[in-house]
Design a protein around this ligand. Structure first.
Ligand SMILES: NC(=O)C1=CN([C@@H]2O[C@H](COP(=O)(O)OP(=O)(O)OC[C@H]3O[C@@H](n4cnc5c(N)ncnc54)[C@H](O)[C@@H]3O)[C@@H](O)[C@H]2O)[C@@H](O)CC1
Length: 488
């Protein structure tokens, strides 16, 4: 389960266990995990803060003493919470090292345990702490962080530039958003979830997706199925010079096995697409005919994707208006459609159907009017704010793609690799997403499924193909293997 600070406090309160008891459970779980990775008899320095994360550190100190040579330094002064004070009182005074002797202790230690800040940390680090964490990061010693790397925020994933870097971070009971944004901040090499055995019945606004969940939600064809029974996806994309984008849209939709696909494109790229793809119904449109061709299609589709490779598409602005003002079904806006939204985001307010935007960070900067650095520092919050302001689903693409809904639901994707950082990979995603939306009732679920699958197939593909030269054209055959594995 994924929870933020508020959710963790709710779980803690409904567990029926006192905070002191929970601290004992957490300290024991961390001690057992550390016992498996630390060399017997080695020197360990625990850096403890003045909150409950420091309290966990004190419990670990007590439990590891005897097997290891353990020292603990209270780097933020006396413990402040009742439980942390109680844990402190049980520490052998001989283990406590004064902050004046910290440099020496750091030099002498074989390993460092980071228990300075946990999920309550927010905002910037003060200069003293920055200096200490820089020394820790430059020490070359293995660092093990309890719950979170100190200097990083649990809920936003924002990390101070000097936040502690660890070899292993032990997430307590639940992953926090910070742990899932690992590719963004790269603060830990490895993250291990330690169960504290707490009840997880309550709600979480953080969605999860894996192979089992994907197939549990994937719509199956019944014996009485006909071509339109799983919906009808409509892709409007491409232009002269960018026929490939429309082709990759189609490839993405075909990957998930959409039984009824309609593809509309400028007539000058119709011939190459029609000779490459046999199953979609093609709707070429020209300078004069665009409205007559597209208007009825928009009313017949169960999901629409627009914008991939549409740079030189005639009437692209009018087409965007036509879709937003007429569609009653989910609309995915990609690439050129996002560019059309620059300084024009108000048109999103006219949409009468769910709208999904799929920007990468540059596109998101352009439509949100925020500098790229500000977005990079706080991807989760900026995506959520935009989603809530404009009542759209934001798919902020990146190493850990974020899906944010207007009501505050979040999915942080874990699949994918650098094989996907190539032109055309977003076009495939748009095709997949439009098809998933056409076939699946729940809009947010369909979007998360497409994002997950897009990355997962790249992971499967790069087991047998190179990372450098991974071909998007292999997607349908990779998916075919997955379908067969799940009996579809
Ligand atoms: N709720 C739970 O389920 C459990 C929580 N436990 C531990 O408790 C931790 C949370 O403890 P706390 O809420 O006491 O707080 P923390 O230990 O996360 O933080 C310590 C103190 O630092 C302060 N602080 C925040 N930002 C700061 C900044 N920029 N500069 C300086 N100080 C700052 C906080 O206000 C807090 O008083 C968890 O991460 C976990 O390690 C465990 O003991 C047991 C189970």
């Amino acid at each position: 389960m994924i929870q933020d600070k508020e959710g963790m406090i709710r779980i803690e309160q409904s567990s029926g266990k006192t905070p002191g008891r929970l601290m004992e459970i957490a300290g024991k779980a961390v001690s057992e995990a550390l016992g498996k990775v630390l060399r017997e008899g080695s020197s360990i320095l625990i850096l403890a803060g003045n909150g409950n994360n420091g309290g966990d550190g004190a419990v670990v100190c007590r439990m590891l003493a005897g097997r290891f040579s353990v020292q603990i330094a209270y780097v933020c002064g006396e413990p402040k919470t009742r439980e942390a004070r109680a844990a402190y009182r049980k520490v052998d005074p001989a283990c406590i090292v004064s902050v004046n002797d910290l440099s020496e202790a750091l030099r002498h230690a074989d390993a460092i345990i980071d228990a300075v800040y946990g999920f309550s940390f927010h905002g910037p680090l003060d200069p003293e702490m920055k200096k200490l964490f820089r020394a820790v990061n430059n020490s070359g010693k293995p660092v093990y962080s309890i719950d979170l790397n100190s200097g990083c925020e649990a809920d936003t994933g924002h990390c101070d530039s000097d936040a502690v870097r660890s070899k292993i971070t032990y997430a307590l009971d639940c992953y926090k958003p910070f742990h899932l944004l690992r590719k963004d901040h790269q603060k830990f090499q490895q993250c291990e979830l330690l169960s504290l055995g707490l009840p997880h019945e309550g709600p979480s606004r953080y969605r999860e997706m894996d192979e089992d969940l994907f197939f549990a939600n994937f719509p199956k064809k019944s014996e009485t199925a006909y071509k339109g029974s799983l919906g009808k996806a409509l892709l409007i994309s491409g232009c002269y010079g960018m026929a490939g984008a429309a082709g990759l849209n189609i490839l993405g939709a075909e990957t998930v096995g959409i039984p009824y696909l309609h593809a509309a494109m400028p007539e000058e790229i119709y011939a190459p697409l029609a000779s490459r793809f046999l199953t979609p119904v093609m709707h070429p449109f020209g300078h004069e005919s665009w409205y007559e061709v597209l208007e009825p299609l928009i009313h017949q589709a169960t999901a629409i994707g627009f914008g991939s490779g549409a740079v030189y598409m005639d009437h692209k602005s009018q087409i965007l208006d036509l879709i937003l003002q007429n569609s009653k079904v989910p609309v995915v806006l990609d690439a050129e459609a996002l560019r059309l939204l620059q300084h024009n985001t108000y048109i999103l307010r006219f949409a009468g159907a769910p709208v999904i935007l799929t920007p990468h960070i540059g596109e998101f900067s352009a439509i949100s009017n925020l500098p790229e650095d500000a977005i990079r520092d706080n991807r989760l919050k900026t995506a959520l704010d935009f989603a809530s302001d404009y009542k759209v689903i934001v798919v902020l693409k990146g190493p850990n793609t974020i899906v944010a809904s207007p009501s505050g639901e979040v999915y942080i994707n874990q699949t994918g690799n650098q094989a996907l950082s190539q032109a055309g990979s977003g076009d495939v995603l748009t095709g997949m997403m439009t098809a998933m939306l056409a076939m699946t009732r729940d809009v947010f679920t369909a979007v998360c499924m497409a994002v997950w699958l897009h990355g997962y197939l790249a992971e499967l593909g790069t087991k047998n193909h190179s990372m450098q030269n991974f071909r998007l054209e292999t997607y349908p055959e990779l998916m075919d293997e997955l379908f067969r594995k799940h009996g579809l």
